[in-house]
Design a protein around this ligand. Structure first.
Ligand code: SAM
Length: 240
């Protein structure tokens, strides 16, 4: 388990609240006990220097190699906010490094209009989920982008359009090809997921023109959030 510092400086860190009481009451931690502490976006080997009331103070001994986020960017078309927020939380748990909310043709108008006002809330969800899953980093949640800009913005990555077309290749094959061509490196993978109503024909043509590959997750139609998380989990498993 990784503990997230509530306050820190270059040589000490303190935990308060639920984490401190878990350490003290459940784990009966003592002075001298050692734990990995996440302070800022770095992970440290920490040794308890003092326990008072419900705060635990650590000396930060040496930096621990932080587990890097997976080089996965999720382009999520705006769809029902509660489901979109679920996808942001699960994508964070799965280790994505970046989420780009995009306005697709079939994103519901009123959701598309108010999406940018939600971005701060989505950043908070990502922060909380990163903390809960003991990530040493927090995925970036970009400002809302129009689909055209998003389809063009990324280059150099393996860009995969999740589309349940029969002509799509399987995600597995697309990732195997990306891993092969990336050699020693870990390939950067961008996954674009459409809204409840799916991609419009001209959107698929645009992605195609911009060099995105269509990939299928099988013959069944998944909800957007299911597709987002399934694809992320499959890519994460293939990249790990
Ligand atoms: N296009 C479907 C239709 O016309 O009813 C609905 C879209 S689906 C609810 C939302 C998004 O999830 C799709 O745009 C696609 O990105 C992704 N998705 C759903 N099922 C998929 C599958 N079997 N393979 C790949 N992507 C899928």
């Amino acid at each position: 388990r990784r503990w997230i510092a509530d306050s820190w400086d270059e040589s000490t860190a303190s935990l308060t609240g639920e984490q401190a009481s878990h350490l003290i009451r459940v784990l009966r931690a003592q002075t001298g006990t050692e734990y990995d502490i996440v302070a800022g976006d770095r992970v440290w080997h920490g040794i308890i220097a003092g326990i008072s009331g419900d705060s635990v103070r650590f000396n930060l001994v040496a930096e621990v190699q932080a587990d890097p986020a997976l080089p996965i960017t999720l382009l999520l078309s705006i769809f029902k906010f509660d489901r979109l927020e679920w996808a942001i939380e699960k994508g964070t748990e799965l280790g994505v490094e970046r989420i780009v909310p995009i306005i697709a043709r079939r994103s519901e108008k009123h959701l598309a209009q108010s999406a940018q006002n939600r971005v701060e809330r989505w950043r908070r969800i990502a922060r909380e989920s990163a903390k809960q899953s003991r990530r040493s980093d927090i995925p970036a949640i970009d400002d809302v982008l129009q689909l055209k800009a998003a389809a063009r913005a990324t280059s150099g990555a393996t860009r995969l359009l999740l589309a349940e077309q029969e002509r799509s290749m399987t995600l597995r094959r697309a990732i195997d090809e990306a891993v092969k061509s990336a050699g020693e490196e870990m390939p950067s993978i961008h996954l674009a997921v459409g809204p409840e109503g799916g991609w419009a024909a001209e959107e698929e043509a645009l992605f195609d023109a911009e060099g995105w590959k269509s990939v299928s997750l099988g013959p069944r139609i998944l909800r957007a959030e299911t597709a987002a998380i399934t694809a992320t989990a499959v890519v994460a498993a293939l990249l790990e």
